[in-house]
Write a protein that binds this ligand. Structure first.
Ligand SMILES: *Cc1c(COP(=O)(O)O)cnc(C)c1O
Length: 410
């Protein structure tokens, strides 16, 4: 492992942890503020720790996938953890990251971009790397940047993967089939100072072998193209814990990726990864209030049009705990379903969410593992867009420490 990089990752984390212990805890905030709107609780120390663990454990460069949670406090915590590169998918994400971190490496990893976004990224924000999965997009990037290898242009071909085992399959929308990827690598090579092959196994992917299979396919494509590549980007998809899921430690994924990459024997090539969920999921929760109870259904003030989108149709189970500042709750647990605040009957979250059997109107519930794909998916539908954001010192509600420790041990 690169010693300098490790030191850069750890030193700011210490400072961050000192500052974080001065932050309030969730329970005391609820007792004082008695929030009637969803209260988003960010855990900067948890995000910095998970980021540091990934940066130190992954055998290559770590890019944070900004879409997962673009909150500035989250980006700062990721930076504190040692991440210096960002995977952006829009002009707005590029601009946000550049404003916050003038020194950051920014990589435009969306295969279908607006022409204006390419121009703005290249000219105004110094972005050099762009992804593509068609010849049309290659032509668009070359035309809008007006650049090539001499100006430092980086070109990344997104490879399609067969449908995999990830919780969120991402194979349907983007990616060139193997034969097309071969042609694109050849076509891009003369224009690229840096040529990469890139894939995404799907989000919340629990099987380390998914990366091995993808890397083997990548190797076949690169050999068939007969050109050198500088980067193999294994994307995101690294899993985190949920109440019904305990993923293998991150180190198992890193070991599989490193071994499969070395077997490809690509002289001069380096590995990149673009984690989102794995860096930030444990670092966010939302505190909701129970507005009504109907048997096993709790009507709460956040839902699938708010930060609980993944608890709706995707059916994620999130860890829950009751907060009742005055008085004890029953220690017998019961499975509940939630209804969100909007008038849409699709605003339902089946759970099961395990809570004390005597939960009642006025109680608060903290819902955890929501730092990823939570608050950033909120809409203003039906007027329920008010929420507050606080920073807290609490640890992640699930698996945070073990995940980080396991990754460092790897
Ligand atoms: C969403 C996305 C990621 C992050 O995925 P996670 O599953 O959150 O790790 C990385 N790369 C690309 C191209 C993405 O679209």
């Amino acid at each position: 492992m690169d010693l300098l990089r490790a030191r850069a990752a750890v030193a700011p984390l210490r400072r961050d942890l000192d500052a974080a212990t001065a932050l309030p805890g969730v329970d005391s905030l609820v007792a004082v503020a008695r929030p009637e709107e969803p209260m988003h609780c960010l855990r900067p120390a948890a995000i910095a720790a998970a980021s540091a663990a990934f940066v130190q454990g992954f055998p290559g460069e770590t890019l944070y996938a900004v879409k997962c949670n673009p909150e500035p406090a989250v980006l700062r915590a990721v930076w504190e953890g040692g991440v210096r590169h960002f995977d952006c998918a829009s002009a707005a994400e590029v601009s946000l990251v550049r404003t916050m971190f003038p020194e950051a490496g920014i990589h435009f990893m969306h295969p279908v971009k607006a022409r204006s976004a390419i121009r703005e990224a290249w000219q105004r924000h110094g972005v050099r790397d762009f992804v593509l999965d068609t010849a049309e997009e290659l032509a668009k990037i070359l035309a809008e940047t007006g650049a090539g290898a001499e100006q430092g242009l980086g070109l990344f071909v997104r490879l399609a993967l067969p449908r995999g085992v990830a919780r969120y399959d991402l194979s349907g929308k983007f990616g060139a089939e193997a034969a097309e990827a071969v042609a694109l690598l050849r076509a891009a090579r003369p224009h690229a100072a840096r040529l990469g092959l890139h894939f995404h196994v799907g989000s919340q992917c629990l099987d380390p072998l998914a990366w091995r299979r993808a890397l083997e396919l990548a190797g076949t494509v690169i050999r068939a193209a007969g050109v050198a590549v500088e980067v193999v980007d294994v994307g995101g998809g690294f899993p985190v814990a949920y109440p019904d899921v305990t993923p293998p430690p991150l180190g198992a994924f890193f070991a599989e990726i490193e071994a499969a990459f070395e077997a490809l024997d690509l002289p001069g090539a380096t590995l990149w990864a673009e984690p989102g969920r794995a860096l930030v999921a444990g670092g966010g929760s939302v505190v909701v209030q129970v507005q009504q109870r109907r048997g096993g259904d709790l009507y709460v003030n956040d839902g699938v049009y708010g930060s609980l989108s993944d608890a709706g149709a995707p059916g994620f189970h999130f860890p829950c705990r009751l907060i009742r500042p005055e008085g004890e709750a029953s220690d017998r647990m019961q499975a509940f379903a939630f209804f969100g605040p909007t008038c849409d009957s699709a605003d339902r979250m089946a759970g099961p969410f395990w809570l004390p059997e005597d939960v009642r109107e006025g109680d608060w519930i903290e819902i955890g593992q929501l730092g990823a794909y939570g608050a950033c998916l909120r809409t203003a539908f039906n007027g329920f867009d008010r929420a507050r954001l606080v920073e807290v010192r609490d640890p992640p509600m699930l698996g945070g420490e073990t995940g980080a420790a396991a990754a460092i041990a790897a």
